[in-house]
Design a protein around this ligand. Structure first.
Ligand code: F42
Length: 307
């Protein structure tokens, strides 16, 4: 991962976002290593949550990464992944309230204030840090509005302009209601991205990721992209049986178009431009990146970022 991070930094990427799922590699260990192996790229949690980690501990962790990296840390935090919480025996109680209270508490911790909110009773950090931006991972209308009201940025799991035509006005509404300028909130498209010189290879590489997105999408999102519940059900059933081959075979062109930015660099660049027109300000190159990650990072640097 250190090698890939350095490659991304050299290719001109500005931020690295590391996911937080209990069953995958630990986000803080990874960010600590990346802090030491990179020089200028920003490093963020994309995204952690207030259920598996206490907000005071999260404040200490992100402040430590900020110190290790020379001020390059960004905290991404969201309500978390419901499916994994069920398996961990964690109650997903009032996620909106929980994210809001945690963001405000973490901000207070990072300002070295004594914290007496969100259940804390006078807790306080013993060390100071420079300002760390806080981004919220959001999908639902209320979470998007909350992000507009209190966050420095919002990370949205989507790849198609239509999803941002829905999301951006909600973020702006949240910002305006809170008396902020909409442009104070960075809008990041956390996209499933796949680039290759050969567009067919690029699209094929995105299919397994797209299959999981289709299976996990709510009905209104599928409807927005003209995908039937029956089609999604076929894919979910194949995934439930670990039959990934059938799941991928059932992924249609409409699905890859809706749920990924994939193709030759020129196709990806055209989609990036469309996304930027909806009010998106940052594109996150998410899984799979490309059929070959290493060459895709270089290709994206040269032919997409550099254009
Ligand atoms: N989740 C992870 O666990 N790990 C990751 O690495 C990760 C990355 C990531 C990146 C981008 C991104 O957009 C999301 C990402 N996620 C990741 C998922 C994220 O944590 C959330 O699961 C995802 O964004 C879905 O959240 P959501 O914005 O749809 O919010 C949920 C909670 C929701 O239902 N929101 C509703 C809404 O309209 O926004 C509001 C619900 C509400 O109002 N609840 C009330 C409250 O107080 O919370 C209570 C209502 C009641 O009656 O109890």
């Amino acid at each position: 991962i250190g090698y890939m991070a350095k490659l991304a930094e050299d290719a001109g990427f500005q931020n690295i976002w590391i996911t937080d799922h209990y069953n995958n590699r630990d986000v803080w260990t990874t960010l600590a290593v990346l802090s030491m192996m990179t020089n200028k790229i920003n490093l963020g949690t994309g995204v952690t949550n207030p259920y598996t980690r206490n907000a005071a501990v999260t404040a200490s962790s992100i402040a430590s990464i900020n110190e290790l990296s020379g001020g390059r840390a960004i905290l991404g935090i969201g309500p978390g992944d419901k499916a994994t919480f069920e398996k961990m025996g964690i109650d997903w109680d009032k996620p909106l309230t929980r994210v809001k209270e945690s963001v405000l508490a973490i901000r207070a911790f990072l300002a070295k204030e004594q914290v007496n909110q969100a259940g804390f009773k006078g807790a306080q950090m013993a060390f100071s840090t420079s300002k760390i931006p806080i981004y919220i991972g959001a999908q639902g209308p209320k979470m998007l509005e909350l992000a507009g009201a209190i966050a420095d940025g919002v990370l949205i799991n989507a790849s198609h302009p239509d999803d941002f035509k829905f999301a951006v006005p909600m973020i702006r509404q949240g910002a305006e209601k809170a008396g902020r300028k909409p442009e104070d909130v960075e809008v990041c498209a956390y996209a499933s991205f796949s680039a290759d010189k050969d567009p067919v290879k690029a699209i094929n590489a995105s299919k397994i990721v797209v299959a999981f997105i289709v299976a996990g999408s709510p009905e209104n999102v599928l409807e927005r992209h003209g995908i039937g519940m029956d089609e999604a059900k076929t894919i979910s059933e194949a995934i439930a049986k670990y039959d990934f081959k059938s799941a991928m075979a059932t992924v249609t062109a409409r699905m890859t178009e809706a749920f990924s930015v994939s193709g030759a660099p020129v196709d990806c660049r055209a989609r990036v431009d469309e996304l930027l027109q909806t009010g998106v300000t940052q594109i996150v190159v998410g899984s799979p990146i490309g059929p070959n990650k290493e060459s895709a990072i270089k290709l994206i640097g040269k032919q997409i970022i550099g254009k």
